[in-house]
Design a protein around this ligand. Structure first.
Ligand code: ITT
Length: 212
């Protein structure tokens, strides 16, 4: 099956590749050109994820997977949320965003946070046969403009710590601490992260919708 992983975030792409290869067989990944940009101007994770999926599927006419994801911090009224990639400004790096996060939480005792991912797998109606979907599983999708959209949300609970730990993961992972593991998400392998991650939870739901 040809699949477009429509993200410019290398960390996210690596995780998708790793998880998809265990969930689906025979995936041929399509190239996603750097020049293709979707303006993320919706006000929800779902809205932005649908917009990315819709525009990429129309442009490349291919089965597509996307997510819109982010970090919600309780003491910051769930900020940065949908603005997680640009918390410290339009062209912010992960380091800039992490610095702003830690500054924003200075003297704050409540460190509860969670990651959220809204994953969308979109399938042009003309290519539905390549997925061998049952009539029942097709009913799990929203249909719009001759595209089927399978959508699911996943979350991952943790706490924000002041000092980074670990070299793995991406984004806020070096500061995202999992108490039960006594580790941040940057200290574990991609495979271990996928046992609890927001992205993995959503993807497993989508896999269930496809095999219903
Ligand atoms: P694409 O839109 O091209 O996929 P992006 O990085 O802009 O790339 P989002 O708009 O969905 O993607 O923003 C997600 C941001 O949320 C990401 O840049 C990180 O800052 C943060 N984030 C989401 N999931 C994360 C994870 O698993 N680990 C660490 N940070 C994460």
């Amino acid at each position: 099956m040809k699949l477009l992983i429509a993200t410019h975030n290398k960390g996210k792409k690596k995780e998708f590749l790793d998880m998809l290869s265990t969930l689906f067989s025979d995936i041929e990944v399509q190239e996603y050109p750097r020049s293709f940009e979707v303006i993320e101007d919706a006000l929800t994770f779902r809205g932005n994820a649908m917009k990315k999926a819709r525009e990429a599927t129309k442009a490349f006419d291919c089965v597509t997977i996307v997510d819109d994801s982010g970090l919600e911090v309780e003491a910051l009224n769930n900020a940065p949320g949908i603005y997680s990639a640009r918390f410290a400004g339009e062209d912010a790096t992960d380091d800039d965003n992490n610095k702003k996060l830690i500054e924003s939480l200075k003297n704050e005792k409540n460190r509860k946070a969670r990651y959220v991912a809204e994953v969308v797998l979109s399938v042009p109606v003309s290519q539905v046969d390549s997925l061998n979907l049952s009539e029942r599983s097709k009913k799990n999708a929203l249909e719009e403009d001759s595209i089927l959209f399978f959508c699911a949300r996943g979350t991952c609970d943790g706490e924000i710590i002041d000092e980074p730990k670990g070299e793995g993961g991406f984004g806020y992972d070096p500061y995202f601490y999992i108490r039960g593991w006594d580790k941040t998400l940057a200290e574990v392998s991609t495979q271990k992260k996928a046992t609890i991650s927001h992205r993995a939870e959503a993807l497993v739901c989508i896999k269930k919708m496809l095999t219903d």
